[in-house]
Write a protein that binds this ligand. Structure first.
Ligand SMILES: C[S@@+](CC[C@H](N)C(=O)[O-])C[C@H]1O[C@@H](n2cnc3c(N)ncnc32)[C@H](O)[C@@H]1O
Length: 267
């Protein structure tokens, strides 16, 4: 298993990530709105929401049918339960959905590039498990990082200071900003050696969470190959963050894409 496993797990359970995902509301971008609208347009669904974090997508999928949210970070599951007491959440790893029966869902969602938290082997396990729990023709909606996004070489820094006239708050925010800068310096040095680059996919550092995550990144041919191998149908719809259908047309400015894949229907 790649070391990204420990790095990412540590980040998902830290107090800053819990604070950030605990407050999340609404769509991350227009692309997410478009794919979720398309996937839920034809009536109620049995929905499995993977990597639900603090429950941002639970709010979006509530009322679209029967809902189950899962996450492999116990603190996130607690957070989601607190934020949505009327919905069901379970602690579960997407690589092992053995607690769920075959064909139990019509729609599986894995939002905000959560699928990219695991390595190549883990990703195939997720795709096979998602295909198993979907009924034939059922939809898998997810987003995933683009291996050839030009930002991966520039490593944008997402740290910023929210200015305030309250001196106590400002000191706290300045402290956080400096702490983030130190973490960035340490992590970029440490994680650079763990990057893996193949022609069509890679495991790379990302600037989110003070450079606290490493992500599995893909290309269109690699994505299509993996989805077909796992049991999904030929036609896969790919959208950019503006909600435009791009399919194979991934330019260097595309950081991540939204995907709708359907489980193959065999006769
Ligand atoms: C980027 S956060 C997104 C949280 C939430 N979906 C949102 O959009 O606000 C990724 C989430 O996926 C979860 N996650 C990552 N890998 C997972 C896996 N193999 N099984 C279940 N959850 C996973 C993490 O614990 C984290 O809560």
């Amino acid at each position: 298993m790649h070391r990204m496993e420990d790095i990412n797990r540590q980040t998902w359970s830290n107090s800053w990530a819990l604070r950030e995902y605990g407050r999340g509301k609404g769509y991350i971008d227009e692309g997410e709105r478009v794919v979720l609208d398309r996937a839920t347009a034809d009536g109620p669904k049995r929905v499995l929401d993977i990597g639900v974090g603090g429950g941002r997508t639970a709010g979006l999928l509530q009322g679209k049918g029967d809902y189950l949210g899962i996450d492999y970070t116990p603190e996130m599951v607690e957070l989601a339960r607190r934020n949505h007491p009327s919905l069901t959440f379970r602690h579960m790893d997407a690589r092992d959905l053995s607690a769920l029966p075959d064909g139990a869902f019509d729609l599986v969602n894995f939002s905000y590039n959560g699928i990219d938290s695991v390595d190549q082997e883990g990703r195939m396990a997720v795709l096979r498990e998602v295909a198993r729990v979907l009924e034939p023709g059922g939809q898998f909606v997810f987003s995933t990082f683009h291996r050839n996004w030009d930002g991966f070489s520039k490593l944008p820094d997402y740290r910023h200071i929210e200015w305030t006239l309250d001196p106590l708050r400002l000191s706290f925010r300045l402290f956080r900003f400096i702490e983030g800068g130190i973490l960035k310096a340490v992590r970029t040095r440490r994680h650079a050696a763990l990057e893996v680059r193949a022609a069509d996919h890679a495991i790379l550092m990302h600037g989110a969470h003070d450079f606290g995550i490493m992500v599995h990144t893909t290309t269109y041919p690699h994505l299509i190959g993996q989805l077909r191998e796992a049991g999904f149908a030929e036609v896969i719809e790919v959208f950019n963050r503006d909600g435009e259908r791009i399919d194979a047309d991934w330019s260097g400015s595309v950081e991540y894409v939204h995907v709708i894949a359907r489980k193959r229907v065999t006769s």
